[in-house]
Design a binder for this molecule. Structure first.
Ligand code: PNS
Length: 167
């Protein structure tokens, strides 16, 4: 049985993340989406909020479990018996950092392999940071994140539905 973990901050989850979740869920028997619980990082959404948003969006994927984790990713992967780490690569700018993490994780635990999925073209520009930046100024984020979480993101910035810019 192949069990993989797709880790990330997911603050908030974007359509690019969802694309990686769906494609990797097709490749493995069981996929854990691991939401990093990093209290040092100033997150827009609490870890519980991030977990429940991803759960809502992935209810149609029976082999996906959404969890939170803290500490080292390789330690958590070993704890849940996952021997594959999935990461998405958008552009060459992601590559250097991702390579460094993957190689370090492999030195820490050679039994765990990192697999990179290239982001689908239509999401190659997308990041949680960009979504937050647009939302903070009332920009239209409806093409960037699942419909069910659009209003929750605006709420964090005190923007009510209808106040955001028209496209
Ligand atoms: O969505 P992100 O912020 O790019 O995800 C980064 C993440 C969560 C994969 C990475 O920060 C991570 O694995 N953190 C857990 C701590 C750890 O294992 N650090 C060593 C590798 S940086």
């Amino acid at each position: 049985m192949t069990r993989a973990i797709y880790p990330g901050s997911f603050d908030p989850v974007t359509n690019g993340h969802i694309d990686i979740i769906r494609r990797s869920a097709n490749m493995v028997d069981e996929l854990f989406v691991g939401v990093l619980n990093n209290s040092a990082k100033n997150s827009l959404f609490s870890v519980d909020e991030r977990v429940s948003m991803i759960k809502e969006i992935t209810t149609d994927l029976p082999n996906v479990r959404v969890v939170s984790f803290d500490g080292l990713l390789v330690d958590y992967a070993r704890e849940i018996n996952a021997n594959i780490i999935i990461r998405g690569l958008r552009a060459v700018t992601d590559f250097e950092y991702e390579l460094q993490i993957a190689q370090t994780n492999h030195v820490e635990n050679p039994a765990i392999e990192t697999i990179f999925l290239t982001t689908s073209l239509q999401y190659s520009y997308l990041s949680s940071t960009i979504v937050k930046e647009f939302a903070a100024y009332g920009g239209d984020i409806s093409q960037f994140v699942p419909e069910t979480i659009v209003a929750r993101i605006y709420n964090k910035f005190g923007i009510k539905k209808g106040e955001q810019h028209e496209q």
